[in-house]
Design a protein around this ligand. Structure first.
Ligand code: NAD
Ligand code: TYD
Length: 345
């Protein structure tokens, strides 16, 4: 089977590719990525020696190029990780989030329809990697409440609104054009290769350099943390065995306030809590995310491998061992690694 994986040079996509390219030697994996500021070819460069892996630099907003790639490659499965993924950036530049996250997703589905309508190839599944943020937030004083797949969409940020817009289009394409789709909605991921704009790599990289750690507002906001490996195992199960037209929630069952999380990391790194610096709150800051994953557990037998304690320890260890990876990103050096190894376009 042939898989097109978009956004595979980013955090979750690159971890996904490392998981599946090795696990399924008889399947082919084609990574499409525009290598935006968040896409790092170094994250997947080691896979280029594998015979079942190919990288194509392309933007999902480039409608014609995506159609050409699909005509040429005839994918059976399309898994869309590509997105603008950072809430703070969406507050500064919301239009870009609509272009990439909604129009880009529609371009991929349109290309799948075109190759089908022209009798070239029929896809088996289009999978949209979505987020629990489409449900909005939960109050801090109701720990009994969790997001289920039936929780109404109620977005807060331009990021979550763009992801919800994409989800609605995916469901519309399923109903209107009978496109075989699934959607996964996951909570906050952590693990290796996460771009140092998100909370956990920000805290680790700043703590390692004894720099102040910015905590937004009071630090009481709650996130449900999941190791990226467990998220990707869930996506793989849903893509292969999930019911067409269905949404599946994936959560870490590991809620922490931001302040608790920062303190855990500082303790592990043996750094003082005096590095914590409270800064102006994020506008519209979601209070609490918490996910009910019962559906994917019962229907598909999904389980988590990592406890939060093990996962955060191994993640911190990875960043300690790979400080060059973050230094390269900060210096902008990584941007040229793909071009250095390939023909200039
Ligand atoms: P990321 O920002 O680390 O990576 C995004 C990747 O998409 C990058 O490689 C980037 O180059 C690529 N990309 C961006 N725009 C593109 C375009 N127009 N064309 C082609 N490629 C493009 O993001 P991530 O954290 O790995 O998130 C991956 C997906 O998972 C996203 O869809 C995100 O919404 C979703 N998600 C993330 C989390 C999380 O905690 N990070 C949680 C739930 C869901
Ligand atoms: P983030 O990693 O940006 O993920 P998301 O906003 O998608 O949940 O942020 C996680 C939480 O950490 C969120 O409540 C905002 C907060 N935060 C800080 O307090 N300081 C920071 O420097 C960052 C990046 C986030």
């Amino acid at each position: 089977m042939k898989f097109v994986i978009t956004g595979g040079a980013g955090f979750i996509g690159s971890n996904y590719l490392h998981y599946v390219v090795n696990k399924y030697p008889d399947d082919e994996f084609i990574c499409i990525d525009a290598l935006t500021y968040a896409g790092n070819y170094n994250n997947i460069k080691d896979l280029s020696s594998m015979s079942n892996f190919k990288f194509i630099k392309a933007n999902i907003c480039d409608r014609e190029k995506i159609i050409d790639i699909f005509k040429q490659e005839k994918p059976d499965y399309i898994i869309n990780f590509a997105a603008e993924s950072h809430v703070d950036n969406s507050i500064k530049n919301p239009n870009l989030f609509v272009e990439t996250n909604i129009i880009g997703t529609m371009n991929l589905m349109n290309a799948a329809r075109i190759i089908q309508d022209e009798g070239i190839h029929k896809i088996k599944r289009f999978h949209q990697v979505s987020t629990d943020e489409v449900y909005g937030d939960l109050p801090l004083d109701r720990p009994d409440l969790l997001f289920t797949e039936n929780t109404p969409i109620h977005t807060s940020s331009p990021y979550s609104a763009s992801k919800a817009g994409a989800d609605l289009q995916v469901l519309a394409y399923a109903r209107t054009y009978k496109l075989p789709v699934t959607i996964s909605r996951c909570s906050n991921n952590y693990g290796p290769y996460q771009f140092p704009e998100k909370l956990i790599p920000v805290v680790i990289s700043k703590a390692l350099k004894d720099e102040p750690i910015p905590v937004y507002g009071t630090g009481e906001n709650i996130r449900d943390w999941i190791h990226v490996y467990d998220h990707n195992v869930g996506i793989d199960l849903i893509v292969r065995n999930g019911k067409e037209g269905n949404i599946y929630n994936l959560g870490g069952h590991s809620e922490k306030t931001n302040l608790e999380l920062v303190k855990i990391i500082l303790k592990e790194l043996n750094k003082p809590e005096s590095l914590i610096t409270f800064v102006t709150d994020r506008p519209g800051h979601d209070l609490r995310y918490a996910i009910d994953s019962t559906k994917v557990e019962k229907e598909l037998g999904w389980t988590r491998t990592y406890s939060f304690e093990e996962g955060i320890k191994s993640t911190i260890e990875w960043y300690v061992q790979n400080q060059e990876w973050i230094d390269d990103i900060k210096s902008g050096k990584y941007k040229y690694s793909y071009e250095d190894n390939n023909e200039k376009e």
